[in-house]
Write a protein that binds this ligand. Structure first.
Ligand code: PEP
Length: 253
């Protein structure tokens, strides 16, 4: 059975004190509540990862992820963070190709393929983000567009390596807008992506791949979304900044 995952992407939010408080609230709530079969991943600003590590080390159901890493292992890239650095402080997950990285930092499918390779080489699990814009949804073969994001960034991997990847489908028009995809829209895309993975790697790999939905997920929308057969949890932005709301989303998985 594939893993159920709820990940929180804090983006560029929270001071250190706020980050510590939010993490300990989430850890306590996850430990207290019945969330046994779900992996929770917190993706705070990278600056806080070392400090937060202590808060999650005794709580296997809560892990930390970085929001990004560079495509090279080291070098003259001022301000950047590399996969081996994340590995050296015990981080398990990394978001790769979030739409804000693609949009504001010009990340391409080819660069993301390099980030995926380096992350895997350093023991990190990439959470590969993909999704279409509103214009693409209205005017293009948007399912083909998202499938191609997987093809160009992931399909060079061996089946063994691909099996370590988590996919997050995040329609750009739903991120931070309050416009959640309907459960039918999410299910259609997730099923199409799973079919695309099956065509490349076979049914067993496709059935084992966790595909998360992201885009304005809230406690109110999570239950219906997560009930879809091909939706294996969520990548949550704004709602992950509030411990109670986030925990209610976790409970809906
Ligand atoms: C995200 O940034 O990955 C995200 C899904 O944000 P939000 O939940 O705020 O739409």
């Amino acid at each position: 059975m594939r893993k159920k995952i709820v990940a929180g992407n804090w983006k560029m939010n929270k001071t250190l004190d706020e980050a510590l408080a939010l993490t300990s609230e989430v850890v306590n709530m996850v430990n207290d509540e019945v969330t046994r079969d779900v992996q929770v991943i917190l993706c705070p600003p990278a600056l806080y990862l070392t400090a937060l590590n202590k808060y999650v080390e005794n709580s296997p159901r809560v892990a930390l992820g970085a929001q990004n890493c560079h495509q090279k292992a080291s070098g003259a890239f001022t301000g950047e963070i590399a996969a081996p650095m994340l590995q050296s402080i015990g981080i398990q997950y990394v978001l790769v190709g979030h739409s804000e990285r693609r949009q504001y930092f010009g990340e391409t499918n080819a660069q993301l393929a390099e980030k995926v390779d380096l992350s895997l080489a350093h023991g990190l699990t990439p959470i590969f983000c993909c999704g279409e814009s509103l214009d693409q949804r209205q005017n293009e073969d948007f399912i083909g567009f998202v499938k191609n994001q997987l093809t160009e960034s992931l399909f060079h991997l061996t089946a063994e390596d691909f099996s370590k990847i988590v996919i997050a489908y995040e329609p750009i028009w739903a991120i931070g807008t309050g416009l959640t995809a309907s459960s039918a829209q999410a299910q259609d895309m997730h099923a199409a992506l799973r079919g695309h993975i099956a065509d490349q790697y076979g049914a067993e790999v496709a059935e084992g791949t966790s595909i998360l939905y992201g885009g304005s997920v809230s406690a109110a929308s999570a239950e219906e979304l997560f009930a879809c057969p091909d939706v294996d949890g969520g990548l949550v932005g704004g709602a992950s900044l509030k411990s109670r709301e986030f925990t209610n989303i976790i409970k809906a998985r």
